[in-house]
Design a protein around this ligand. Structure first.
Ligand SMILES: Cc1ncc(COP(=O)(O)O)c(C=O)c1O
Length: 364
C-alpha cells in the first residue's frame, strides 16, 4: 500500500487527547524506585477494603467460562432492580459505568452536536464526546464548585444533547441541590446524573426517574463494592431509552466474571456496605489532619476522596515530590485546578502515610 495509513484515520481522531487513566502498581513502583508493597496508591478512588470474599469463591467455582454471557442481562437486571428499587426494564449494565457513558453519547450525540459539563468534572464525558466528533461545552462551577444553572441554561442551543452531572462531583466531592437538578431536567436535553459515589452519601436522583424521561442515573460497583478491576456499572433510565441502549451495546459487554462478581457482591451487600462508614470516618479524620498543615485547604467531600488546595504555584512540585516518595494522588493540568490535588480515602495507614509525606513536601 502506498498510502499513509494515518490518512485513513478519521480527521478528528488523528491526534486524540486520550484519557489519563490510573497506571498499574508496578509502573508506579518502578517510576518511584520503590517496591510495589510500599506504594501508597490514592489516585483512582478505588476501594482499599477490596471486594467481597464471595467474589473470588464464585469466580473459582464457576465452570462455564467457555459459554458466552447473557446478552439480555436478564438475571443481572432483575437483581439490580431489587438493589436500586427501579424496574428491571429501566436498567442496563455496562463494562464499568465508563462504557455506559460511551453508549449514551453514541445514542444521542453526533458529529457537531454538543454536551455540556459543569467543570471541573470527571474526564470521561469529554473523552467519549471527542471520539464521536462532537463538542464539549464546559460551564464553570462557582467558586465553591456549586452549579451555575443560569450559565448552563444560557450555554444551551439546538445542538446541545446532554448535560453530564457527576453527583457527588469528581474531583470536587460536592453534591448539587435537588432544585438545581430539577431545573436541569426541565431543559430540552438528556441529563445524566452520575452517582458513582452514591453509597458514600446516600443522595440519589433515582426517584425522579418516574417524572423525567430525559433523566439517566449511573451507578458503579467500582467504588462501594471494590470491583474496579472487573468493570461493573449500571444505568437506570426511561424504559424506551434502556431498550435502545440494550440494542446498540456490544452483545456480550458484561463478561462472565463481571456477572458472577456482581451477583456475589449483591449477595454480600451487608459486608460491603459495612466498609462505607469506616471510609467516611477516615475521610473526616483526614480532613482534620490536612487542615493542620499550613498552606493546605481541604474541601469537604461527600465521596471516598477529597480535593485540597495547595500553596499557589506549588501544585505540580508537590505532586512530583509525593510521587518520588511513592505516594500517588491525582493532579490536574487545567489552570483553575493546577494547585489542587485529589486524594482517595482508604485505610488509616494510607491516610497516615499520605499526610506525613504531604507534611514533609509542602514546606519545599
Ligand atoms: C464520576 C465518575 N463516574 C464514573 C466513573 C467510572 O466508573 P467505572 O469504574 O464504573 O467505569 C468514575 C471513576 O472514577 C467517576 O469518578
Amino acid at each position: 500500500m502506498n498510502r499513509d495509513v494515518k490518512e485513513l484515520v478519521l480527521p478528528h481522531l488523528r491526534a486524540p487527547a486520550g484519557y489519563d487513566g490510573v497506571r498499574s502498581l508496578e509502573a508506579m513502583a518502578s517510576e518511584a524506585g520503590i517496591p510495589p508493597e510500599k506504594i501508597i496508591r490514592l489516585n483512582g478512588n478505588e476501594n482499599s477494603y477490596g471486594p467481597s470474599p464471595k467474589v473470588a469463591k464464585a469466580l473459582g467455582a464457576f465452570e462455564q467460562y467457555n459459554r458466552y454471557p447473557d446478552p439480555d442481562q436478564t438475571v443481572l437486571r432483575h437483581a439490580l432492580s431489587e438493589y436500586t428499587g427501579t424496574p428491571a426494564e429501566t436498567i442496563v449494565c455496562g463494562n464499568g459505568s465508563d462504557e455506559l457513558i460511551d453508549l449514551i453519547i453514541r445514542l444521542f450525540v453526533g458529529k457537531g452536536d454538543k454536551i455540556i459539563e459543569p467543570t471541573p468534572t470527571f474526564g470521561m464525558y469529554r473523552f467519549s464526546t471527542h471520539l464521536v466528533g462532537a463538542e464539549v461545552v464546559p460551564v464553570s462551577r462557582d467558586k465553591n464548585f456549586n452549579l451555575d444553572v443560569e450559565s448552563i441554561e444560557l450555554a444551551l442551543d439546538e445542538r446541545s444533547k446532554i448535560i453530564f452531572l457527576a453527583h457527588p462531583n469528581n474531583p470536587t466531592g460536592n453534591l448539587a441541590r435537588e432544585d438545581d437538578i430539577r431545573r436541569l431536567l426541565e431543559l430540552p436535553v438528556m441529563v445524566v446524573v452520575d452517582e458513582a459515589y452514591y453509597e458514600y452519601c446516600g443522595q440519589t436522583a433515582m426517584p425522579l426517574l418516574s417524572e423525567y424521561p430525559n433523566l439517566i442515573v449511573l451507578r458503579t460497583f467500582s467504588k462501594w463494592a471494590g470491583l474496579a478491576g472487573l468493570r461493573v456499572g449500571l444505568g437506570a433510565m426511561d424504559p424506551e431509552v434502556a431498550r435502545l441502549i440494550m440494542t446498540i451495546k456490544p452483545p456480550y459487554n458484561m463478561n462472565r466474571a463481571a456477572e458472577l462478581a456482581l451477583m456475589a457482591s449483591l449477595d454480600d451487600q451487608e459486608l460491603l456496605l459495612s466498609y462505607i462508614r469506616p471510609v467516611v470516618e477516615e475521610r473526616e479524620r483526614m480532613f482534620t489532619l490536612l487542615e493542620d498543615i499550613p498552606g493546605v485547604t481541604p474541601i469537604p467531600s461527600a465521596a471516598n476522596f477529597m480535593m485540597m488546595r495547595l500553596p499557589e504555584g506549588q501544585g505540580e512540585r508537590i505532586f512530583q515530590d509525593l510521587a518520588r516518595k511513592g505516594v500517588f494522588v491525582r493532579a490536574y493540568a487545567d489552570d483553575a485546578m493546577k494547585d489542587c490535588l485529589r486524594v482517595s480515602v482508604g485505610l488509616p495507614q494510607e491516610t497516615d502515610g499520605f499526610v506525613q509525606a504531604l507534611r514533609e513536601v509542602v514546606g519545599g
